[in-house]
Design a protein around this ligand. Structure first.
Ligand SMILES: Cc1cc2nc3c(=O)[nH]c(=O)nc-3n(C[C@H](O)[C@H](O)[C@H](O)COP(=O)(O)O)c2cc1C
Length: 207
């Protein structure tokens, strides 16, 4: 018998990867934003971003971006960026929640800028995956002050240790250990749990 109960959660964050977004500030420096409302379809990334963030402002004016993927061992650095904003004129809501303005997010999190190939914002050297891209469109979501940002990925760079042996362009999912956020808390992935029938399709057919 079904004994589910009706609830009204304030957030519906049942688990997604954490990423660090690099975007270009007006003065040419790179801002970093930790976020986790992200998914990919083909070569397009879709990002859910608060409209008053420095990142949203940067992307409206300068559409270049790096989506950096931290592995689970970078959790301390990612957590060091929580409750910070690169927007000096932060909203009163953020101030009430204890956010502070931080101009240099790399220094704050003890992370290292690394030159990008196809875009101006720097990537994060410590992150094993860098996806460079250009914003193709910004959409206001039905909920106020939230944006969905579509990004066309222009280049992907990974740490060699993540590569699947014998393949030029594949990641070994047993080696990739993403940092996952679930309801404001950090998790890692467990082991592979079952053979995958979908994986019988050659990955190249998705290209
Ligand atoms: C792990 C983590 C995940 C987050 N996920 C999101 C998210 O998906 N979307 C969002 O708008 N803010 C998210 N935030 C909050 C932003 O990081 C926060 O609004 C930050 O001030 C934005 O930085 P910026 O103003 O310098 O761009 C997340 C924060 C943390 C620490």
């Amino acid at each position: 018998m079904n004994n589910h109960v009706d609830i009204d959660p304030a957030i519906l964050y049942f688990g997604t990867p954490v990423v660090l977004l690099s975007t270009l500030n007006e003065d040419g420096t790179t801002n970093l934003m930790p976020m986790s409302s992200v998914f990919w379809l083909g070569r397009t990334a879709v990002l859910g971003i608060g409209a008053s963030s420095q990142t949203a402002q940067n992307l409206r004016d300068r559409p270049e971006i790096v989506i950096n993927l931290p592995s689970v061992d970078l959790v301390t650095q990612v957590d060091g960026l929580a409750l910070t904003t690169g927007n000096a004129a932060m909203s009163s809501g953020k101030a009430k929640r204890g956010y502070v303005f931080v101009a240099d997010k790399y220094a704050r999190a003890k992370l290292t800028p690394y030159g990008s190939d196809t875009v101006l914002p720097t990537s994060v050297a410590e992150c094993p995956v860098h996806m460079e891209g250009m914003v193709s469109s910004l959409h206001d979501l039905g909920e106020p002050k939230l944006l969905a940002v579509e990004v066309g990925v222009t280049a992907v760079r990974v740490a060699p240790a993540l590569r699947l042996a014998g393949h030029l362009n594949r990641i070994d999912p047993d080696r990739w250990r993403p940092l996952v956020m679930s309801f404001q808390h950090f998790y890692g992935l467990g082991d592979r749990v079952h053979p995958s029938r979908l994986a019988s399709i050659d990955e190249e057919l998705y290209r």
